[in-house]
Design a protein around this ligand. Structure first.
Ligand code: ADP
Ligand code: MG
Length: 590
């Protein structure tokens, strides 16, 4: 994040503004129409103000018949034209603004899809959500609404100035007292904005995050009586947002009232000057009304011009935040070779891994060879590094030192997409998507799979039995996150997905942990068939399920401490034998 001390018109901000305008480029015809509308909108008021002089002097003082005929028509014409201008500017600005928000939202979302896995652990998911829902809205206000205010109100002010000057230059001089004062107020006010609005953005992320968490944890909150704690946390974050919003409102209000006071002062000066003996003779009632109305009509425009700073400020810090994400380096994908179909020879050479957060090495000096078509089981206490080790394969994390070779070549030399195409993965926590059962099994690049293949995969994963009972079978919608399914059912869908992918490397990270012994055994049989022609890495907490693995690697504190077959390791009477004894004594029959 940047330091928050950015000036309003320094090079950096101008660069952000230019980049934002880049988003509006496509819409230049709409932009031109909108700008024309703004000019008509702002100018219309000035024209009407000018009309006030003949209206008063000719209609009521001289009773001119031509004027009496034309005046009502002119008034209607002026406001008809102005109405068209108002519509063009308002709708045009909304049109461009909505399109810009949409484009930015898509860019940020696209960034989320290509950012490295480590990015998602760095900040609360609420912040990631609120960038799309809240921050991008702020940007729309800056890139378009601010432009509208600047042009419409700018033209109004200029038009009113012209009306005044051409009517009475002498009185207009009174106005110049206001200019430096207003400029001073505006600059003092604007300084506060960027810092406050930046803080609002981050508290919005906190609000979203807190709500998300409480909604997800609704069961835990109820069972553990966390209502009070959740409510007070929510109160804290929303209080903070409210406080900051009020700060902004107070700054706005202060500047508004200050400017109005200054304007009223100028008005008083004007009345005083107009009524001096040498001036009062020269001035008609129409003249005075024109200058007075022009001054009055200018005040709200000046106030809006002064406030536009705040929109620009908050929009700029919002845009800065979004561009930072859009510019964050994507996953490293420097490989050029396309891995067609690997034989499945995987070799870890002296691999260590240190997460960005946390100073402990999650993996230390890992050497492991998984021969094509074999099953390697990883066992060990929780936190020993099993998941970390397999997370290296699809390059969710990069090894800090050491190499990983696939078919004898450094796996970084392959393109990410082709590497990941080789891997079917069932993770510890299964994520399902909002859609039907079939869409969840045939997800992503599998989307074209035939119904027969999907059903076959579901059968192999022992999932067919429960899918059949659902209304609509594989076309049953399972809802966001698969909330309506049990943990075991979700795992079986994930296994079906992996089976359908039919990739040469299969990673099962406690893929059957939520299943009962019976279903696990059934799936185990299915997986046994599946494992035949591929290289499998399996992490299992029930040792009974991995007894037939070609090799078992026992992990402890990031190291592989023992390696061998089930029989060899039992004979060694070390870690594995101890784990084995423990499970079979505490969970007979499991
Ligand atoms: N994304 C992460 N960031 C930082 N530390 C992590 C992350 N994931 C895991 N760790 C740490 O790495 C160690 C190994 O974790 P993990 O590989 O998940 O163990 P296992 O799968 O064997 O239970 C643990 O100490 C854990 O705290
Ligand atoms: Mg794990």
């Amino acid at each position: 994040m940047s330091n928050g001390k950015v000036k309003i018109w320094d090079a950096h901000t101008i660069q952000i503004y230019k980049r934002l305008l880049g988003y509006t480029k496509r819409f230049w015809p709409v932009g031109l129409i909108a700008i024309a509308g703004m000019i008509v909108d702002g100018g219309g008021l000035a024209v009407f103000t000018k009309l006030l002089k003949p209206m008063i002097d000719k209609l009521f003082t001289e009773k001119d018949p031509v004027m009496i005929f034309w005046m009502p028509i002119w008034i209607v014409m002026v406001f008809l034209v102005r109405g068209v201008g108002t519509f063009a500017s308002s709708y045009g600005v909304a049109y461009i603004g909505r399109n810009v928000v949409n484009a930015i939202q898509r860019d940020v979302f696209a960034a989320y899809l290509r950012l490295p896995a480590s990015f998602f652990g760095r900040e609360h998911s609420g912040h990631q959500v609120s960038r799309i829902t809240y921050t991008s809205e702020q940007v729309a206000v800056a890139s378009t609404d601010a432009v509208k205010v600047v042009i419409t109100e700018g033209v109004t002010v200029i038009g009113m100035l012209y009306a005044m000057l051409s009517t009475s230059a002498y009185l207009t001089m009174a106005l110049f007292v206001m200019v430096p004062l207003i400029a001073l107020i505006a600059s003092v006010v604007s300084r506060r904005y960027r810092t406050i609005s930046r803080r609002i953005q981050s508290t919005m992320g906190g609000v979203t995050g807190t709500v998300e968490e409480s909604v997800q944890a609704h069961r835990e909150i109820r069972v553990y009586g966390g209502q009070e704690q959740a409510a007070s946390r929510f109160k804290d974050v929303t209080d903070n947002t409210r406080r900051l919003n009020l700060k902004i409102a107070s700054t706005n209000a202060q500047s508004s009232s200050a400017i109005q006071t200054v304007a009223a002062l100028a008005l008083a000066v004007m009345v005083f000057l107009a009524t001096r003996p040498f001036e009062i003779e020269k001035m008609s009632a129409g003249d005075f009304i024109v200058v007075l109305t022009a001054m009055g009509g200018m005040m709200p425009s000046l106030r809006r011009l002064a406030n536009v700073q705040s929109n620009i400020q908050s929009g700029m810090s919002a845009a800065e935040n979004l561009f930072e994400i859009i510019d964050t380096a994507p996953e490293v994908d420097a490989g050029t070779r396309v891995l067609d179909r690997t034989q499945g020879d995987i070799r870890f050479e002296d691999v260590s891994l240190k997460y960005a957060r946390g100073d402990l090495e999650a993996l230390r000096g890992i050497n492991l060879h998984c021969a094509p078509g074999t099953v390697t089981a990883l066992v060990g206490r929780s936190g020993s590094g099993k998941s970390s080790l397999v997370s290296l394969l699809p390059r969710f994390n990069e090894p800090t030192t050491g190499h990983i070779l696939i078919d004898g070549a450094n796996y970084e030399s392959f393109t990410l997409a082709s590497l990941r195409r080789q891997i079917a993965w069932v993770g510890q926590s299964v994520v399902l998507f909002d859609g039907t059962v079939a869409e969840n099994i045939a997800y992503g690049e599998l989307a074209g799979a035939s119904e027969a293949d999907i059903i076959a995969a579901a059968q192999a994963a022992n999932a067919w039995e429960f899918i059949q009972k659902m209304p609509g079978g594989i076309h049953c919608a399972i809802g966001q996150g698969g909330n309506l399914l049990s943990g075991g059912q979700r795992q079986r869908l994930a296994i079906a997905r992996a089976i359908l992918k039919n990739a040469p490397i299969l990673v099962l990270d406690e893929a059957t942990s939520a299943l009962d012994t019976e279903s696990e055994r059934l799936i185990q049989q299915a997986l046994q068939g599946l494992m035949k022609d591929r290289t499998t890495l399996v992490i299992a907490h029930r040792l009974s399920t991995i007894e037939h693995a070609d090799q078992i690697a026992v992990m402890d504190q990031g190291r592989i401490v023992e390696r061998g077959t089930h029989a060899e390791l039992l004979a060694q009477n070390g870690h594995y034998a101890a784990l084995h004894r423990m499970q079979f004594h505490s969970q007979p029959g499991d």
